[in-house]
Design a protein around this ligand. Structure first.
Ligand SMILES: Nc1ncnc2c1ncn2[C@@H]1O[C@H](COP(=O)(O)OP(=O)(O)OP(=O)(O)O)[C@@H](O)[C@H]1O
Ligand SMILES: [Mg+2]
Length: 262
């Protein structure tokens, strides 16, 4: 063995494939793999608010690893292979389906705004929504008709995506309930993964407090990215859920627009 030869490609020599708001994708060590690097950047209101929260990338890398690893173990296919270090994980490259798949259990965010349902109302059943992934358009909500008519996914793929979304929701709801947290809603991305001639839809991107609404079961304090909307990175204290605080929070949300498009 040549000990002088580095075993890993140094970061500077890796080919950068894509830099987004929260992550950087690098070419992976083998064909069909990528390295997903989690940054500390936090954005809200479609990147109009942007700050750095020290350590956020490290936490999201770990939380996403936990979720994806367990999903793999219970037979929900994901892009996740393994975590490489504090900020990076090895993933399978997929063809991203340009949809943000949102699963809602409790009314919040744009659902409350659009339909006038009070935030915190338990929904009669979990609701799945699709948003077209397009930052310039602000990720608009679309129907299954749009998805199939514009060829973003086939009817069969929509069925597969919805089945995955329900399983992810069941798993995540249980995990968070176990630690006293209510999963209000979450967003996931999916992609096509080819193995020989077979294609299957897998869960991709990340699942973390950046892509979930998480409320403390007892106090309903917001424990996710929505906190970032009302605070600066320097004072990320919990948003209390007293009736008055909740009303002022809602007013502030309306004034500022939603933290997330959904
Ligand atoms: N397994 C994968 N293979 C290919 N692309 C992936 C995979 N997982 C995630 N991605 C893509 O990598 C990018 C991750 O970067 P990031 O989340 O920072 O982007 P973003 O600025 O939020 O933009 P986007 O709206 O596309 O998510 C996303 O575009 C996501 O769709
Ligand atoms: Mg993203």
């Amino acid at each position: 063995m040549d000990f002088l030869k580095p075993r890993y490609t140094p970061m500077s020599r890796r080919r950068r494939i894509y830099e987004g708001k929260a992550k950087v994708l690098y070419e992976g060590p083998e064909p069909g793999t990528l390295i997903q690097h989690f940054k500390d950047d936090a954005t809200a209101f479609n990147a109009k608010k942007h700050e750095v929260i020290e350590g956020k990338g490290v936490l999201n890398n770990r939380i996403s690893e936990y979720v994806f690893q367990h999903l793999n173990e219970i037979g929900v296919p994901t892009h996740f292979i393994r975590r490489l270090n504090m900020r990076e994980q090895l993933i399978r490259e997929v063809e991203i389906i340009p949809l943000e798949v949102v699963v809602r259990n409790v009314a919040a965010g744009s659902l409350s705004t659009r339909l006038g349902i009070e935030e915190g109302t338990q929904l009669p059943r979990s609701i799945i929504e699709f948003y077209y992934k397009n930052d310039q358009l602000g990720d608009p909500m679309v129907s299954e008709e749009h998805v199939t008519a514009f060829g973003w996914a086939t009817p069969q793929e929509i069925d597969d995506i919805m089945a995955l979304a329900i399983r992810v929701n069941d798993f995540l709801s249980g995990v968070f309930l176990g630690v006293g947290i209510r999963l209000v809603d979450f967003k996931m991305e999916t992609g096509r993964l080819w193995e020989n001639d077979m294609m299957r839809i897998v869960v991709a991107d990340e699942i973390s407090p950046d892509s979930c609404r998480l409320w403390d079961i007892k106090t309903s304090d917001k424990l996710d990215k929505d906190r970032f909307a009302a605070t600066s990175a320097a004072c990320l204290r919990p948003i209390p859920k007293s009736p008055n605080a909740s009303a002022s929070w809602r007013k502030a949300s309306v004034r500022r627009g939603q933290v997330r498009s959904w």
